[in-house]
Design a protein around this ligand. Structure first.
Ligand code: ATP
Ligand code: MG
Length: 203
């Protein structure tokens, strides 16, 4: 059988997408020999309920602008086309259906998030649908004990860790900078900075 296509999944609100996201995605792609990274802007992230999130439309365009120059990066509207909050396990099931058996998935998260994986919806099912890559700063550890308690052997077979350059950049900080008139140059790709400026976002 032919080698499966290895696809990394980078989910996020991307409000806006920044160099922290891009550096992580590229490091994971290169180190794990992935064929593609799929950026999945969230529609209505459950953990951000109540908080104001910029129109999906703008977040989608900024994500496209940010990844355009990398031939390995693509954007999917899968999450955005859903109405209401969605569970990662459902997203991964749908992706597997769309791509078929010829693809396998690597979901990219931070170490903190991956340590809480046992609390996610249908965690064991989720780990069967997708491998996980915890992109972390040096010294930040996986809670192997906790993960093994829920997932058994599956934990070491399907959850990986990668030390990545951790840029001290967050979307929250970028929004605040724009609001207060502080430069975001070199924190987001130039095309994203231009778009934010042109559309008057985050003011
Ligand atoms: P916010 O400040 O609004 O929470 P954010 O910067 O955390 O935004 P998200 O869209 O919430 O961005 O993040 C999407 C994914 O990218 C998450 O898995 C998050 O852990 C990861 N991520 C966010 N910032 C960085 C960064 N600087 N370096 C590496 N990964 C990051
Ligand atoms: Mg965040």
């Amino acid at each position: 059988m032919a080698r499966k296509r290895r696809i990394g999944i980078m989910g996020g609100t991307f409000d806006p997408i920044h160099l922290g996201h891009l550096v992580t995605a590229e490091a994971v792609r290169s180190e794990f020999g992935l064929d593609e990274i799929l950026f999945l802007p969230a529609a209505d992230p459950p953990h951000k309920k109540g908080k104001k999130v910029t129109d999906a439309y703008h977040r989608l365009i900024m994500t496209h602008l940010a990844v355009a120059s990398n031939p390995y990066f693509t954007v999917s509207r899968l999450e955005m086309e859903r109405s209401g909050p969605s569970y990662t396990v459902d997203t991964m099931r749908e992706l597997q259906q769309r791509f078929g058996d010829a693809a396998e998935f690597f979901f990219i998260t931070g170490a903190d998030e991956v340590n809480d994986l046992p609390d996610w919806h249908e965690p064991v099912e989720l780990l069967r649908e997708s491998r996980f890559i915890a992109a972390t700063r040096q010294g930040c550890k996986l809670n192997r004990e906790r993960l093994e308690k829920t997932f058994g052997d599956l934990a070491s077979e399907r959850i990986f860790r990668l030390t990545t350059p951790q840029l001290e950049i967050s979307s929250t900080d970028i929004r605040e900078k724009v609001r207060t008139g502080v430069s975001i140059r070199y924190l987001v790709p130039p095309a994203v900075a231009d778009y934010i400026d042109k559309e008057g976002l985050y003011r």
